[in-house]
Design a protein around this ligand. Structure first.
Ligand code: PMP
Length: 278
């Protein structure tokens, strides 16, 4: 397979949830060649099911596939597969206000490869699960801790794409933070260790007066789809939105802070701990 998003994925079928067979030398198991997406289906009050901007997820997977040197399904194939999966599972879409159906598309190097190289074959699959709130706080304010020992991503790395390895790198910091009672971890840039990047699974916004700032997309944070939507909404409401470097000092001086993501939706931040001070 060549690097780049011109995949030819065929034989899609709906199967019961269960284990999949993989070679022990599958590219994804040995070299982390995998991308995923996350989106949600909501039940509207009239019973219809609403998918939130699935094309955006398809495009993000396609963009990521080039960085991960793997083929990706076309936008049409991706969106069609998501729709068919949701339709086949529509009884699992919770009633309005009772949560949503989380949809997890997964693209992996499933072919066997021993030496370090892109896998010779790829598998695209989608599974779903009903979900409620992401944080135990629900939509009440969360408590973040700023991490300055571990970094999530470095310039030139894979932080800008939704690859599985990015999440492996946050597990330790996230577990340690949760054991201490924090809701999640906020990461700083790997070069200066002072500009905000993002939280383990969401983007961050800082409000000061009529201005809302959020870290710019420069290859080390995920271009969140909720982030993009919230920027549009905020601008339409007359806020000045700035995508730029945002320092820890500005964060600590903010009027309000919130996080955005498919899982966390829009979660207000109630407290921030940095260098042992809350
Ligand atoms: N950053 C990271 C690291 C994430 O995993 C996510 C969730 N996909 C986000 C930000 C938010 O992205 P989105 O709004 O597209 O869910």
């Amino acid at each position: 397979a060549k690097c780049g998003p011109d995949g030819n994925f065929s034989n899609g079928e709906i199967l019961p949830f269960g284990p999949i067979a993989l070679s022990p030398s599958a590219g994804v198991l040995n070299y982390g060649q995998g991308l995923f997406e996350g989106l949600k289906a909501y039940r509207k009050t009239d019973g219809y099911i609403l998918l939130f901007r699935p094309e955006e997820n398809a495009v993000r997977m396609k963009n990521g596939s080039d960085r991960m040197c793997m083929p990706a399904p076309s936008v049409e194939q991706f969106v069609d597969a998501v729709k068919q999966t949701v339709l086949a599972n529509k009884r699992w879409v919770p009633p309005t206000g009772k949560g949503s159906l989380y949809i997890r598309p997964l693209l992996i190097g499933s072919g066997a490869i021993l030496g370090l190289a892109p896998a010779p074959e790829y598998t695209f699959l989608i599974y779903v699960s009903p979900v409620g709130n992401y944080f135990k706080e629900g939509l009440a304010p969360i408590n973040l801790i700023i991490e300055d020992n571990f970094h999530r991503a470095a310039p030139g790395g894979t932080g800008g794409v939704k690859t599985i390895g990015n999440y492996a790198s946050v597990l330790k910091a996230q577990r340690t933070a949760k054991e201490k009672g924090y809701s999640d971890v906020l990461y700083l840039d790997a070069v200066h260790n002072k500009y905000l990047e993002e939280v383990s699974s969401c983007n961050i916004f800082v409000v000061k007066g009529n201005a809302i700032s959020t870290p710019a997309i420069e290859g080390t944070i995920l271009p969140g789809i909720t982030r993009k939507s919230i920027i549009e909404v905020a601008e339409s409401k007359g806020y000045k939105v700035e995508e730029r470097h945002v320092s820890v000092d500005e964060l600590l001086d903010a009027d309000e802070v919130f996080c955005t993501g498919t899982a966390v939706v829009v979660s207000p931040v109630g407290s921030i701990t940095y260098k042992g001070k809350r």
